[in-house]
Design a protein around this ligand. Sequence first.
Ligand SMILES: [Zn+2]
Length: 79
Amino acid sequence: MLQIPCPHCGPRNQEEFAYERSVDSVVQLDDAADVAMTALFSRANLRGEDQEIWSHMCGQWLRLTRDRMTHAISDVVPL
Ligand SMILES: [Zn+2]
């Protein structure tokens, strides 16, 4: 199980968090109408780090940098 360091609460078990989405899947509202739903969910599954948006049960949202292969977390910042 992952330990995720919440900037507000300290290290917590992954089960207290909800994965929301990868940062690169966020589309500006102005562009959303031009992007087909299939394009939103047909991204390449690349190795390396990914920036993800998570929420913690304390109500805070986080941007988490996580390695796709090892799941090692290298950075967590509040949103
Ligand atoms: Zn928290």
